[in-house]
Design a protein around this ligand. Structure first.
Ligand SMILES: [Zn+2]
Length: 228
C-alpha cells in the first residue's frame, strides 16, 4: 500500500494510536514535530517527540521506535532500533509545511545575556557538584515555556542536546530559584551522560540530596501544557 494515496489516514492522532497499539511504554505523552534535525527524542518529562513523517512509516519502523524508548532496553537492541528508525526516509514522506509555519524556538537576542549567565553558572555548579564531569551544553531561554520551568532535551541516542530555561520563571521567581531549576536539569544531564535513565527515581533523589537541592526543585513543577 502506498500511504501517500491515503493521507487522511496518516494524521498525528493515528500515528500516536499506532505507537500505543504496538506497545509503547515509558513515555507520558507523544508530540509530533517537523524538525528534521531530531527524528525521535524524549524530553526529561517523558514526552516522546517524533517527526511527523513517521506517520507514513510501516509498523516495523514504529515498532523500532517503541523498542527504542522502552525502559531498560539493552544497548545493542537499542542501536538496532535506532538504525531502523533512521533508515526510514522521513523527509520524503513528511507532509507539506502547514500554513502556519512553526518556527524552531530560539533565544531572543535580548535574552542572550541570560544565556551567558546560565552557561557561567553551569560551569560553577559543574565544578562544585559534579567534579567538572558534565559536558558544556547549549542553553536556550524560552519565552514559550509557561508552566514548565526548565527542560533537558535529549537526542535519539539519549545524548543531551540543550537545556531550556523558562524566561518567565527567571523573571518571576528570581535567580536563586532559577539556579535550583538549572541544578535539577543538570542532574538529568548527569544521568544521561552516565547511561542512566533520565527520571526522578532513587538515583535522581540521592543525587539531588547530595547537591543540596531544595525539596521544591526535586520535582518538576507544572506538567500540564497551557493553551496560551
Ligand atoms: Zn526533572
Amino acid at each position: 500500500m502506498n500511504p501517500r494515496l491515503q493521507p487522511e489516514l496518516f494524521d498525528d492522532a493515528f500515528l500516536i494510536q499506532r505507537l500505543f497499539a504496538l506497545g509503547l511504554k515509558g513515555v507520558n505523552s507523544v508530540e509530533s514535530h517537523q524538525n528534521c534535525a531530531v527524528m525521535v527524542s524524549v524530553t526529561s518529562r517523558g514526552v516522546l517527540r517524533i517527526h511527523c513523517g513517521y506517520a507514513y512509516a510501516p509498523d516495523s519502523v514504529l515498532a523500532a521506535i517503541v523498542t527504542f524508548v522502552k525502559p531498560g532496553i539493552r544497548r545493542q537492541r537499542r542501536r538496532e532500533a535506532e538504525a531502523a528508525i533512521l533508515a526510514f526516509p522521513v523527509d520524503s514522506f513528511a507532509p507539506p509545511r502547514p500554513r502556519r509555519r512553526r518556527r524552531r524556538p530560539s533565544t531572543r537576542p535580548g535574552d542572550r545575556s541570560l544565556v551567558r549567565r546560565l552557561a557561567a553558572l553551569h560551569d560553577q555548579l559543574n565544578a562544585r557538584h559534579f567534579d567538572g564531569g558534565l559536558a558544556r551544553i547549549p542553553f536556550r531561554v524560552s519565552r514559550r515555556m509557561r508552566t514548565r520551568l526548565g527542560e533537558l532535551m535529549l537526542d535519539a541516542a539519549d545524548r543531551p542536546i540543550e537545556i531550556a530555561i523558562s524566561y518567565r520563571h527567571v523573571h518571576r521567581d528570581g535567580w536563586d530559584e532559577a539556579e535550583q531549576t538549572l541544578l535539577h536539569e543538570m542532574i538529568h544531564q548527569w544521568q544521561a551522560e552516565n547511561g542512566q535513565p533520565v527520571d526522578h527515581g532513587a538515583i535522581f533523589r540521592k543525587k539531588a540530596r547530595g547537591v543540596g537541592i531544595t525539596p521544591r526543585a526535586m520535582r518538576d513543577v507544572g506538567h500540564s501544557p497551557t493553551s496560551s
